[in-house]
Each structure stands twice: as structure tokens, then as C-alpha cells.
Design a protein around this ligand. Sequence first.
Ligand code: PEP
Ligand code: MG
Length: 546
Amino acid sequence: MKRYIGKGVYGAIAIGKVYIFKRNDVGVKCIHIEDIEKEKARIEAAKAASISQLQEIYEKALKEVGEAEAQIFEIHTMLLEDEDYNESITTIIEEQKVNAEYAVSLTESNFAQMFAAMDDAYMQARAADIKDISSRIIRNLQGENVQVHCSDEKMIICADDLAPSETVSLDKDKVLAFITAHGSSNSHTAILARNMNIPAIIGVGEAFLNEIQEQQEVIVDGFTGEIIVNPDEPTRTTFIKKQQEDEQKKQLLQELKGKENTTLDGTKINIYANIGSVEDVESVLLNDAGGIGLFRSEFLYLENEDYPTEAQQFEAYKRVIEGMAGKKVIIRTLDIGADKQVDYFELKKEENPALGYRAIRICLTRPEIFKTQLRALYRASVYGNLGIMFPMITSVVELERILEICNQVKVELESEGISYAKNIEIGIMIETPAAAIISDRLAPMVDFFSVGTNDLTQYTLACDRQNPDIESFCDPHHEAILRLIEMSAKNAHQHGAWIGICGELAADTSLTETFLRMGIDELSVSPAFVLTVRHAVRKLDLRKKK
Ligand code: PEP
Ligand code: MG
């Protein structure tokens, strides 16, 4: 029996035999050619084959993992058709008089290096996509099969790494789990594994791959990232029990769909979901959330190369609001700055970006950006049940200024004959200690508060949330945080406002009872945690003394 440890990316247990996935990586040779046109025609044919394969993979992904994750294969198709990428391949063939495979391989390494060197994590991840599409073209040039094949028995796939297209090509009925030597938990491969509900461990290291043998028995614990090769009988029995318990728990959670978020004594709470893109609506509905408690609208800005227009924003907000069919959708205005940098904003480098020019501070000093977003929001409001909330509030004056700008936008829309809903709820995030402390002054001015515990913890405990070295000092259960939440809840209710929590703490079920006792009206969590929190709520009885 031998143990290895990696990063678990989907929490589930699998026990089974190993299948080692090896690509037929016949190294690419550099061959001098005379017939340039022939090489260019070979490239065109390989590209056409790759595009049709990607279309098939996209359809499969759409069925198995949903639109949001399937999109990566549309991106792959776009990359395949990218002008710069193709120009590079053709130029190498023409100028160096080399074979198509070599031209693709050289282009791949140039582009992958360029992406990997970028500061932005999203762009860095594109390096893997370039490798994926390039190896697809090369395999098509070589007449290789690009799919991952396993035997008929259900197996645990072990590989050095899996490209997103390889992951989604896996036949789910034949895969018990997968383990990769490399990879990061934010890679598309990891995200796909999570959405395909396949127990998976990544980044287990080279040694594992060198030592593991075909057909060996392996236990994969996707919760802890533990891998046990050739388990002894007591270990096997322990994990079979853990697996059964987990499956029962997941089954029970599914049964909670459609049920109320009500405690045994009849106290009700709303459980909403946090999203970061239009496509996430699907998982909100799938997990039966009562609404969207936080839509981080900055994704529209992060994805774009220039300020998103009113029309672009309107379309995105409309799709989310319509998708939720009358359920509450709370959209937070732009929260750029600090860890979320966008080049075209041309923000200055700051000594303390988390304490700097971010979120509402940008909106209030650059009202043209703010007004464009507000116009799009107000216009989209007629399609459902919208709430708008503002991040990083610290003072009454800021809120007065925000409400004034909202009124200006409404007057403008009215004068243009454009309609907007009259029942839009207006709220603010309580994510600075200042906002919590003056919540008695802020509450009469709004319909709701939403506590951002991620930033509230950072600012209250003076702990940079980006710095892993001080994580142990950054305790969101700190009495100071809980007192600020309780104080905000009391003040909200006294002035007729409701209060929710949308930071990560909302999903911490060890605090569900505390939040309910404080009178919190709504918890907004990642879609995957909605049913877990519902389960915690339904077990509670607030009549019992704590
Ligand atoms: C928070 O600060 O808790 C929050 C929800 O906002 P974000 O994580 O986007 O800063
Ligand atoms: Mg925040």
C-alpha cells in the first residue's frame, strides 16, 4: 500500500483499476520541403478536421457539462481561426520551407510562451488552450486519433495532464475518476471535472506517474486529494464506507430540491446564489436557488478589451434577469480595482490597492462609466425582478451621491421615453467596518444590506485577503466580524430594510444558526452550496437554547 497526495478538484470517492493514458507523442520532426502550396493545403485540411471535431466535442460538452463550460471549445475554434496564429504558421512554412507539423509546433511554443508570461491569470490559462488546439492539428496532420480511449471496464484514468478537450471526450460511463501529475485547480480541466461530477485529483507529481502500473487498484479521495495504491483490506473497507456515506448525502441533498428553507420552528430564510457570468444562471436554477444575491458585474469589464457599451451590458443583464423568470436578481455595480485590474481603466499603480482607488470610488469620480452601467441596469429592469447594489460604501455622503446619480439616470430615461421598473430595490454592501458602524444612518436610505464578509474580514482584521502567509490571522469567525454583522442586522430591521450575506461566510454551515438568530434574511452562496445550506437550515430548531 502506498499513499500520494495531490489537489482534489471534485469531492467524491472512487475505487478501481488504473488505466494509464499515454498520448502517441511522436515528436514533431523538422523536414525541409519544396512544395509550399502542398503544406499549406495540408494545414487547411487538418484545420477543417479539427474544427469539425471541436464542434462534436462542443455538442457533447453542452449536454454533459452545460453551456458555460462548453464555451471553452468555442474559444478553441476561435483560436484555430485566429489571424495571428494562422499567419504565423503560414509564414514559417513559406519562409523556412518546413513541414506543416513543424510550423504548427513552433507557432504553438511561441504563442504558449507569450501567454504564459502574461500577468493576468486568465491569459496565462490560454497557453494550455493553444497547446490543446495545436496538438489537435498536428495529430490530424499525422492521421492520429485524437480521442481518449479506455477499456470497456470502468477505470481510473492516470495521465501527465489532460487537455480540456481530452477531459470532455472521456466517456463518463467508463471513467471512475482521473488523476493527473500536473495541472492547477483553476484550470479548465479541473472546472470541467467538477461540473462532470467526476472524482478527480490533479498535481500529484511525476513520481506517481513513474511508479503507478496498469491495472493496479487505487482509491481516489477527491475530498482530501489522497490516492492510495494497492490498499489493504481495512483501508478498503474504510473508504467503501466513506463512499457510501457520501453518495447517500448527495442523494439526500437532491431530495431537498423544491423544499422550503425553513427551520423546524418555522423560521424562514432566503437562499440565493452568487454568480460571475451570464452562463452561471443555469447552475443557479439547477441547484434550486431562490434568486441571485450577488451578480459580480465586473466580469463584463474583465472580459472586454474596452469599456463595455450600454447595449452590451443591457443584453447581459437582460439575459440574467429573464433567465431567472421573476425571481430576484441583485446585480452589483462595477467592483474594479485592488485585485481586479483592467488595463483600459489605466489605473495607477498603488502602494495599497485594496485601500485604494476601487469600486464605487471609481464610479463616483468617473460618472460617465457609472451612468452607462446604471442606464443598462434600469433598462433591463423591465424584464423581471431587479435589485441594484453598490460595493465598498464607507459614508452617507457617498450613498447620497449614488442616489442622486440614480435619479439623474431615471430622469434621462424618462425624457427619452425609455421605461424602467418602478420597484427596483436599492441596496449597499456592508464590507467596510465604517459601513457597519454607521449602518443606522445608511439603513433608512436603502431597501437592503448585503454583507460582504470577504472584504469585511480583510478591513476589520487588517488582513490582506490576497496574502496566503497571513491566512491564519484572517479569521472570519472573529468576534469583531460577528458583532458588526449583528449590529448591521439590528439597524437594517429597525429602519425597515432587509439584510443578507453574500461573502464566503454565508456558506459556512457552522454559522447558519448564528445568522438565523441574528435575523439575517438571506444567504447568498455559490450555486453548489445552495442545497447544503438548505439542509443545515432545515435541521435547526431555534426554540432550543444555544
Ligand atoms: C465580499 O467582499 O465579501 C464580496 C462578496 O465581494 P468580493 O468577494 O467580490 O469582493
Ligand atoms: Mg468585496
